[in-house]
Every structure is written in structure tokens, then in C-alpha cells.
Design a protein around this ligand. Structure first.
Ligand code: NCD
Length: 351
């Protein structure tokens, strides 16, 4: 049984295998149309979703499988007060594979601890979104021809944007990639990501760096993650990609966005051949078909999910971590140089 909580649960060779299989499925969909006959995917969406949820559903249906689940937790026993643990235990008994999105960081890892079937992280709060990253990697492979030697500008909400956390983590494993983080001081990339990088820099504006970039990855400011709505208002509309800014960009630049888009990309840009975000959303379905097939055919013992040490008296300082609400969970941290990293949300604190 294999879960996908963080892309690090698979090796870069395995990521390449998923991307390669996605390409094969795109070219020959009919070969795979009954590959999941008799299998059921459970989808637990505790947060809104259009692309991730529907591309997973479409992926499973195109593989000949079936789907159960909810996209609105208020229509399930969660309104009666059922815990995440009990819901996951139950639905995993009805499913062969589960996909879960939840507003709290670390929740999918917590769910995996009780699940009886493999579970895929479809976004855990502002933490990670590994299947969006597989989508982005397939897009880069198809549109740029490789995943190496790229200068990637990442713009917008780098603090709460889970898609860019997973993306930067993964692309830093390929040779020769460098990153430029374009954000306000308030919404910078978290240190648990930058700590992994060799070649990165910061910029205040799109204009000052766009000419050097091979990829520009735009993101939405994540309104739902702000505690103070006035703070959110100060951040919106700070970075808008429009046609005048694109004048300075390379002809081969590609513009990506996980979507949904608010106003951070002017709609005039949609007609530019460098705008790839809708094609990117389409790639997501094929990569999820490949992922479902690979996970369902994975012949392995359940991996050890918590590798650190339990510190009963220590609390995670991230108020948006699953340790705050699911009381039964082990307070498991990894210790290095006097710093404890929470095994659910990757939040750091002193020992
Ligand atoms: C993203 C998400 O949910 O994190 N959307 C997606 O899955 N394609 C990005 C976002 O909501 O801004």
C-alpha cells in the first residue's frame, strides 16, 4: 500500500515513471479504458475544488473505475461531529483508493495513519499539493521538453500557496534549475522550502526579472488562509501579469498557473501562445490517471509514516496544523540542531 502525501514519498525516478505513463495514456487512451474496472475511488473534499476533484473523477471514470465521496462535508456525518479519523477509517473500507483535500496542514498524513487503503493528498491547507506538481511536471515535460536547466519565476502568494511549495521542492531535485521568488515581504516562501535550495533569489517585481525566465508560475493570493481580511486586501492586486509586461519576456517563456485565476493574469494574456494554464489543467487528468494506476498496482508494504520521535509535551506552533484538532495523534517531530520539525505540517520550532 502506497500513499502520496508528499512527493518525497516517491523517488524522482518514480515521478518520471508517472509522467512517462501519463504521456502514454494521452497517446493511447483506449488501451487503459478498462484498467480499473471493479475499483472504487473515494473522494473526500473538505475544501472547494474544481480541477483537482473533477480531473480525479474523470481520470477514474476513464480508467473504467467508479467513484464515491463528498465535495461538501456539510452533507456528511462531519456535521454531526464525526472526527477525521473515523470518517477516513470508514470510507477507506468502501474504497480501493482515496483522494482527500482538507483545510488543515498535515491532515492527509494524519488520515493515512488510519486508512485501510492508499490515500492521495489533493491539498492539505497551505502546506502541499503534490498532484498539482505532477501536473506541472507533465506540462513542463511536454511543453519545454525537459525538467532541467530552467529558470523559474514563482509569483504571488508563496507563503500560503501549497502548489508552489510542492513544485519548488520537486524541481529542486532536477539539475540546473534556479528559482526567482517574486512576492511581498509578507507572503515570502517559507524557510522549510528555501532551506532545501541551492540556487534561488528574490525579486520585488515581475518587470525586473521576466526577461530572464523560462517559466513564470503565477498564483492567486489565498484569501481563505488569512486570519485578517484587511491583511488580505493589502496583498491583492500587487502582482498582475499583463501584455505590456510580457513585452520584455522571451519568446519561449511559458506562463503557468494552477488556477483558479482571479486578477493576477489579465485575460488579454490568454490569447498569447505563451499562456499555458488551460492546457496545464488538461494535463492534470492524464497525470492523475497514471498516478491511480501506479498506486493501485503498487506491491509494497505500508511505509513507516512517522520517522521521528514522539515529544508528548511539545506542541506544534503552527495554529493551522492538524495536531491542534486531532487529539489522538502522536506529537511526532524530527530533531536537527536543536530545531524540531513537525512531521505533519513541517512547521519548525525550538526544542
Ligand atoms: C490550487 C489549490 O487548490 O491549491 N488549485 C488547484 O488545485 N488547481 C490553487 C489555488 O486554489 O489557488
Amino acid at each position: 500500500m502506497k500513499h502520496l502525501i508528499d512527493l518525497n514519498d516517491f523517488t524522482p525516478e518514480e515521478w518520471d515513471g508517472i509522467i512517462h505513463l501519463a504521456g502514454e495514456i494521452m497517446d493511447n487512451p483506449h488501451i487503459y479504458q478498462s484498467s480499473c474496472r471493479g475499483k472504487i475511488m473515494g473522494t473526500l473534499f473538505y475544501e472547494p475544488s474544481t480541477r483537482t476533484q473533477m480531473s480525479f473523477q474523470s481520470a477514474m471514470l476513464r480508467l473504467g473505475g467508479g467513484i464515491i465521496g463528498f465535495d461538501n462535508p456539510t452533507a456528511s456525518s462531519i456535521v454531526k461531529g464525526e472526527s477525521l479519523k473515523d470518517t477516513v477509517k470508514t470510507v477507506s473500507g468502501y474504497s480501493d483508493i482515496m483522494v482527500m483535500r482538507h483545510p488543515v496542514a498535515g491532515s492527509v498524513k494524519a488520515a493515512a495513519l488510519t486508512s485501510d487503503c492508499p490515500i492521495i493528498n489533493a491539498g492539505d491547507g497551505g502546506h502541499l499539493h503534490p498532484t498539482q506538481t505532477l501536473t506541472d511536471m507533465l506540462t513542463l515535460q511536454k511543453e519545454k521538453g525537459n525538467l532541467t536547466g530552467l529558470k523559474i519565476g514563482v509569483c504571488g502568494d508563496l507563503k500560503y500557496g501549497r502548489t508552489v511549495h510542492s513544485l519548488v521542492k520537486a524541481l529542486s531535485c532536477y539539475e540546473g534549475n534556479s528559482f526567482v521568488f517574486i512576492s511581498t515581504n509578507e507572503l515570502q516562501m517559507p524557510s522549510y522550502i528555501t532551506a532545501l535550495l541551492k540556487d534561488w533569489s528574490k525579486a520585488d517585481s515581475i518587470e525586473e526579472v521576466i526577461g530572464e525566465l523560462d517559466v513564470l508560475y503565477m498564483t492567486r493570493i489565498q484569501r481563505e488562509r488569512f486570519r485578517d481580511q484587511d491583511e488580505y486586501e493589502k496583498q491583492v492586486s500587487r502582482y498582475i501579469l499583463d501584455m505590456p509586461k510580457l513585452d520584455k519576456a522571451k519568446k519561449e517563456l511559458i506562463i503557468m498557473h494552477p488556477l483558479p485565476r482571479l486578477n493576477e493574469i489579465d485575460i488579454e494574456v490568454d490569447a498569447d501562445p505563451r499562456a499555458l494554464y488551460f492546457r496545464q489543467a488538461n494535463y492534470g487528468m492524464y497525470v492523475r490517471m497514471a498516478l491511480i494506476l501506479i498506486i493501485l498496482n503498487y506491491d509494497m508494504n505500508t511505509p513507516i509514516l512517522l520517522k521521528g520521535k514522539a515529544y508528548d509535551a511539545v506542541k506544534c506552533e503552527n495554529l493551522k496544523c492538524i495536531l491542534q484538532s486531532e487529539k489522538h495523534l502522536l506529537h511526532s517531530f524530527i530533531e536537527k540542531d536543536g530545531i524540531l520539525t513537525c512531521e505533519y505540517c513541517e512547521g519548525r520550532r525550538n526544542l
